[in-house]
Design a protein. Structure first.
Lengths: 271, 520
């Protein structure tokens, strides 16, 4: 059993044990008058544990365990905290604007975390099957290079092929000008690049030997650009879910603070 | 630095700085400068190098040398010592980290802004922080008026100390909560149903819990009556009821329970006692003589005017709400068959119903009644004499007729058979005593006991016939086998639990039938 599988097995075992334990405690002590207060504090502790993972990432120099371990704990604690949240709600739908907003924030943070986990498990494998390693920060420069190369090929001083230049102006200029087809790449669709390559193939019928060579090189550039777009789309997805997860976490903490004030200020200890 | 060195192919000249907040504006063209923007996103580009002045021994001026990394440029520094290859300045671009940080700040700002706006405006505040709609009894104009009468605050402040406070007051109230915020042991060890601070607000309007049974123990109101759950106070759950009724000790401590009321109950289908009208039993004390079996099953019962057979719904009609049945009324439900025709020769002549004195007066006015029926004025007297003579032949004197009408039970008088005399389509009247209990009095008309028809039998239980409209009456009410008025035709618990049980799949909670409040 390799290290990842061992970690996954232990983590899942711990999560299942914690879930069963939490449900048993809920069954046994769910009727306690202050059940909501106690589960609320447990939930806050869980949220605090989840949030400090972000702080840990900002302090890499401190000897607080590996980031990988922290991530595993963050994932399993996230699942457990979601369960705690449902127990805190007593498995009921909340009412009132404030509580509904709070529940939505929690749901969005949890949901985006699960989406992020899904992405981090699926997208890297897909990236590995499509070309070599591409550094996200250098994609723009590489795309620019491809654009220059394609322009030179189709429109440069040595081009001398009107229909290739026309095809470039009509179909390829926009394609090379920037990142394209984000959603289609996420959906693993090859339709855009296939359409462009089919267009090039159509041109081959009218091309001379030298022009066919250009078309072949242009097709290679299109494939490279499509590969870059694919990497960009998937790597961006691997980063974009954090744009929901992290900002809403802080919104959730703000609302949670008020929630604590409200429940104690208004209940005075009652249920 | 204890970390591994960069890989051999690492391009140190073109470092992308993914952990920095800003990247060079020329990075997209693959021409990022080596220096990169500063921490605030300002371009720091000047020239490709900072020439160094090299002065050989004996020289005074020296010579500027290109210090460009990698390879010195061909043109070299300018005579004044500045680099001859200035770098075009750029507009640095924020990295994803910066955008994420901005999004985070925006969310925090929006959160605080939203909370400040809503908490700073009392009407918005109350609506925003309310955890759900209040019950009707604790909202609206009537409650506001009552709150004023009882010297309470309006709005949330009527029940919550922090209700009419701003953010400061809320925080203060939260810090003064009992048990306190961090008194986890107190929170964990609080006894169920123990009165709490919030109950003091309830007692301002309900000082003696006067709508509860007198033996109800002092409990937290909120234990059973959860507010902010919608227009009605949240239904009391079985767990609430079982807190006392599922505990023999608590029932004994409360006292005042006798018989089946003292039984320990957890679920209707499991251990709810049989209904008292069956176990005690409670016979129907009504004096009216009525035979359900005869009316519903016997072939001698004539058909109704529409040609239909008599069934339950002819007499038992639901009230406007559909929950209960309207009382059976003689004129509407009985007279169609029991027309009180006492003279077989004159079926259109019927006795009045409702008062023995009226009946007696009617009989004394028979000559006048027959006179009104005479069709030929010239032969009216002869018609009346003929009718009276026929009555005398059948019943004897007028006193005998009156006695027979009041006291005959159809087994004493001449008419012992119903409904077949001389082609009559309806039952001929045998006598008041056929249906009623009739007692002679010392003087005047006899006493006829009025039927006592209870509108509801189980007055402490809720029931709704409309919700059972899909069932046949006889599934619950065994009327076709009932010959005696004393039979209470209500179903036993076992009939109800066919549906109202976990097995039957229909709700079987205590509150489905019972209301906790003391009957008025």
């Amino acid at each position: 059993m390799n290290r990842f599988r061992r970690q996954f097995a232990f983590g899942m075992l711990a999560l299942v044990a914690a879930t069963v334990g939490a449900l048993w405690l809920h069954q046994k002590f769910g009727a306690l008058p202050n059940h909501a207060f106690l589960t609320g504090w447990a939930l806050l502790a869980g949220m605090f544990g989840l949030t400090i993972y972000n702080a840990r990432k900002k302090l890499p120099f401190l000897p607080l365990g590996s980031s990988e371990t922290w991530l595993q704990v963050h994932i399993y604690l996230g699942f457990f905290t979601t369960l705690l949240f449902l127990i805190h709600l007593n498995f009921r739908v909340p009412h009132g604007w404030f509580e509904i907003t709070l529940a939505w924030l929690f749901g969005l943070v949890s949901g985006s975390g699960m989406v992020g986990l899904f992405f981090s498990r699926v997208l890297p494998r897909r990236l590995a099957t499509r070309g070599g390693e591409v550094i996200f920060e250098k994609i723009a420069a590489q795309r620019h290079g491809l654009q220059i190369a394609a322009e030179n090929l189709a429109l440069g001083t040595e081009a001398k092929s009107l229909f290739i230049a026309e095809f470039y102006a009509q179909r390829l200029a926009a394609f090379f000008s920037g990142p394209k087809h984000f959603w289609l790449h996420l959906a693993e669709s090859r339709r855009p690049v296939s359409t462009l390559l089919a267009g090039l193939e159509e041109l081959r019928r009218f091309a001379s030997e030298g022009e066919r060579d250009k078309l072949d090189r242009l097709a290679a550039l299109i494939r490279q650009k499509d590969g870059l777009d694919y990497h960009r789309a998937l790597q961006l997805a691997l980063r974009l879910w954090l744009f929901v997860h992290i900002p809403l976490t802080y919104g959730l903490l703000v609302f949670t603070g008020l929630h604590i004030v409200l429940v104690f200020g208004f209940s005075g200890g009652a249920r | 630095m204890s970390g591994p060195l960069p890989a051999p192919e690492f391009d140190a000249q073109n470092y992308a700085r993914p952990n920095q907040n800003w990247t060079c504006g020329h990075a997209g063209e693959g021409k990022a400068c080596r220096l990169g923007p500063d921490a605030k996103g300002r371009c720091r580009a000047t020239a490709e190098c900072k020439p160094a002045l090299e002065t050989k021994p004996g020289e005074t001026k020296g010579r500027w040398r290109c210090t460009r990394p990698g390879e010195a440029c061909e043109s070299g520094p300018l005579p004044d010592g500045s680099c001859g290859r200035p770098i075009a300045r750029c507009s640095p671009e924020p990295t994803l980290r910066v955008w994420r940080g901005r999004a985070t700040l925006a969310v925090i700002a929006v959160s605080f802004g939203l909370l400040l706006v809503t908490l700073g405006n009392p009407p918005w505040r109350n609506r925003f922080i309310s955890p759900g709609e209040l019950s009707k009894v604790h909202s609206g104009d009537a409650f506001a008026m009552l709150a004023t009468t009882n010297h309470l605050s309006q709005g949330c402040g009527a029940c919550h100390v922090a209700g009419n406070s701003g953010p400061n007051g809320m925080v203060t109230a939260a810090l003064r909560a009992e048990p306190g915020m961090l008194e986890l042991v107190k929170l964990a060890t609080a006894r169920p149903a123990e009165p709490t601070v919030i109950d003091e607000s309830c007692l301002k309007c309900h000082p003696t819990r006067n709508f509860h049974q007198p033996n109800a123990p002092a409990m937290s109101c909120a234990f059973c009556h959860a507010e902010h759950q919608g227009a009605g106070l949240a239904a009391t759950t079985d767990a609430n009821c079982n807190f006392c009724h599922g505990s023999a000790g608590k029932l004994a401590a409360a006292g005042g329970f006798q018989g089946s009321a003292a039984a320990v109950i957890h679920h209707f289908a499991d251990d709810h006692p049989q209904f008292r009208f069956i176990t005690e039993p409670w016979p129907d004390r009504d004096t009216l003589k009525f035979n359900h079996e005869l009316h519903l099953t016997r072939a001698t019962i004539p058909k109704l005017p529409g040609g239909t057979r008599l069934d339950c719904t002819f007499c038992h009609q639901p009230d406007a709400a559909g929950a209960f049945m309207k009382p059976v009324v003689f004129e509407k439900n009985c007279r169609v068959c029991h027309a009180l025709q006492f003279d077989p020769e004159t079926p259109q002549l019927t006795l009045p119903h409702g008062s023995a004195d009226f009946v007696s007066a009617f009989l004394r006015s028979l000559p006048k009644q027959y006179l009104n029926l005479a069709t030929n004025p010239a032969a009216a007297d002869a018609f009346v004499s003929q009718k009276l003579a026929a009555l005398r032949t059948q019943f004897g004197s007028g006193e005998d007729l009156e006695r027979r009408i009041f006291f005959s039970s159809a087994t004493l008088g001449p008419e012992t058979q119903m409904g077949t005399l001389k082609g009559a389509t309806r039952a001929i009247f045998p006598g008041c005593a056929y249906c009623h209990e009739v007692k002679p009095t010392a003087a005047g008309a006899p006493q006829i006991f009025r039927p006592v028809l209870p509108e509801r039998w189980l007055t402490r239980a809720k029931f709704n016939h409309a919700k059972h409209a899909g069932m046949a009456c006889t599934q619950c009410h065994d009327a076709v086998h009932s010959q005696s008025t004393a039979d209470v035709l209500l179903p036993g618990r076992e009939v109800c639990t066919v549906c109202h049980s976990p097995h039957g799949g229909v709700a079987d909670a205590c509150a489905e039938c019972h209301t906790y409040h003391r009957p008025k």
